[in-house]
Write a protein that binds this ligand. Sequence first.
Ligand code: MRU
Length: 367
Amino acid sequence: MNVKIGGTTRPYRTVAFDADRNVVRLIEQRLLPHEFQIVEPANFKETARAIRDMVVRGAGAIGATAAYGLAQGARTFRGANLERFQVHVEGVYETLKAARPTAVDPVNAMDEVRAVMRAGESVAEQQVLALAAAEEFAHADVRHCEAIGRHGAPLIQEGMRVLTHCNAGWLAFVDVGSATAPLYAAQAQGRKFKVYCDETRPRSQGATLTAWELAQQGVEHQIIADNAAGHLMQRGEIDLVIVGSDRTLGQTGEVANKIGTYTKAVLAKRHGIPFYVAIPLSTIDWNLNSGADIPIENRHEAEVLGAWGVTAAGQREYVRVANPGSSACNPGFDVTPAELITGIITPAGIFKPRALRTKRKLIDAAA
Ligand code: MRU
């Protein structure tokens, strides 16, 4: 999407790859909205660290980063011994997989890359195929988000007030975004609407990233405290909720997404407000049979006990907010059951969550 810095506007992707230098190129998301910087993890271990430390975050974006990271790691192998190469690639895969556990996109992305690599008969061929497959994963991510936009745009009617949680925008993907795709498509069709961005404590991706994105694209929006949504719903000030997902179970329609999503889904049900989840195909887990089995990332308590911000002098600083000596519990994601979800917006169309399983052929065909 377009980024305006100073007087200049130019398009960026959240994740890209410089093949000549074998480096991944990422927008440093921890600095936004205060500073726009591109960083270049120089090897697969640094790429895994960038995922773990949330330089890059959001299910689709970490999926593409893992795909490129796998290619990056594969391309550093020297020699022609295929067996040794495979052991090396396995190590790269496991390192990238361990970086963040809840989102399934990195695993799906790397499985796709590895499947393509298998057609290569030599190390050199597999290295070439790895990069081509990672590039294709990134392009497919963009195509899927655009298709989500086409299917979801009719949901966004003139004058609507839409709530979103965390950041499921283009910064959470390679481009366009999932929850934001219908918004950007409706905007392109000339409709005006307003977006409420949940602040999304503890890391505030709504207040920092979604608000920045919407401001860059000229979409009317306001940030709300996480606890304000119930009040606004009760007063009839929210017409629709759209969120993203880090893992959607194809078998049950359950959705793991940023902590607080479940609360919003319960509130939306209570107030009869449609609640949609927008997902590219790489977010679907066809294997797990229960949301209780989704690994939920437990994050460092410092995120809850304090906050990062920028001082008047432009310095980025962490301040402690909570009572000294108190500890915190910090689950990063929660699981929303199918009965609270009105529809799942996929690149193949909008489906009831429990119908995903029966629509698998149609959904897979959208790849
Ligand atoms: O911890 P984050 O910032 O990676 O969490 C991001 C979210 O929860 C998004 O809503 C999610 O990834 C879905 S959109 C890609």
